[in-house]
Design a protein around this ligand. Structure first.
Ligand code: DGL
Length: 278
């Protein structure tokens, strides 16, 4: 039975979805959360649709077993390959993340938008539909970010190897005249400092995490599932059923919890657990 005290669940192929988690937590600080980093099976972007769906079902079952009231699929690859099937299989609200093609196509002045995403996302039917419907007359310069997720999962968001790979992916887009770069993978926002060293300032970097946070809030409101818990730094602490419900944040990983920890904002108190059940 879903109720407003349940946590919001998140899953990703690893640490990348923490970029989405941060946006949601910033907008909804009173919500408890559970995050699943399926790092052992990363990168999802190199897997088949069937494998991505099976892994998404496994992650969803885990989050439901922990009492989640809504699930954020904090992974473009899983969203574009599996969210339709997840919505069909479970009686549960799902929020997904997709490359932000629509705002980029609306904003571009040069008519050229760069997109860095995984092979799995770029090859998905949902992604093709999005481009077809939202980028009429705009050239989308697609680039697979091969190797980037593996580096980030290894804890590297900077350094020579990251920089050289990014240069090889981004400089050709710059030459073609893009003025917007869409980050189509939730791992990539952690590369923004390196990307900014490569691309000139006028090329705007677009990431969909903020839109996902707003959509999460809208759906929780609509379903009557918004938490009435108040975070301890707010003036008022509501007590429901006589207990003091503080929002709690639990992060599970089947890989390195030490690497995962580096991607979680330091000021937030979280519980980090290794789980072999994932
Ligand atoms: N973070 C994921 C995404 O948004 C998946 C990356 C991967 O595992 O390939 O696409």
């Amino acid at each position: 039975m879903r109720n407003s005290f349940g946590p919001i669940g998140f899953f990703d192929s690893g640490v990348g979805g923490t970029s989405v988690w941060s946006a949601v937590h910033t907008l909804l600080p009173n919500e408890s959360t559970i995050y699943v980093a399926d790092s052992v099976h990363a990168p999802y972007g190199e897997r088949s649709k069937e494998e991505i769906l099976a892994l998404s079902i496994k992650n969803t079952d885990f989050l439901i077993s922990k009492g989640c009231k809504l699930i954020v699929v904090a992974c473009n690859t899983a969203t574009t390959n599996a969210i339709a099937e997840l919505r069909e299989k479970y009686n549960m609200p799902f929020i997904g993340i997709e490359p932000a093609i629509k705002p980029a196509a609306l904003q571009t002045q040069t008519g050229k938008v760069g997109l860095l995403a995984t092979k799995g996302t770029l090859g998905s039917a949902l992604f093709h539909k999005t481009v077809h419907e939202n980028a009429v007359g705009v050239e989308i310069i697609e680039q697979e970010g091969t190797g980037l997720v593996a580096l980030i999962e290894g804890g590297f968001a900077e350094g020579d190897e990251v920089y050289q790979l990014l240069e090889s992916y981004l400089l050709p887009m710059k030459e073609k005249g893009i003025d917007r770069l869409v980050l189509g993978c939730t791992h990539y926002p952690f590369l923004i400092p390196a990307i900014k060293k490569i691309l000139p300032k006028h090329i705007e970097i677009i990431d969909a995490a903020g839109a996902v946070a707003k959509q999460t809030k809208n759906i929780l409101e609509k379903e009557g599932l918004l938490s009435v818990i108040k975070a301890s730094n707010s003036v008022e602490v509501l007590e429901n059923d006589g207990r003091n419900h503080e929002p709690k944040h639990v992060f599970y990983s089947n890989g390195s919890t030490a690497v995962l920890k580096r991607f979680i904002p330091a000021l937030v108190e979280v519980k980090l657990l290794y789980s072999s059940d994932l």
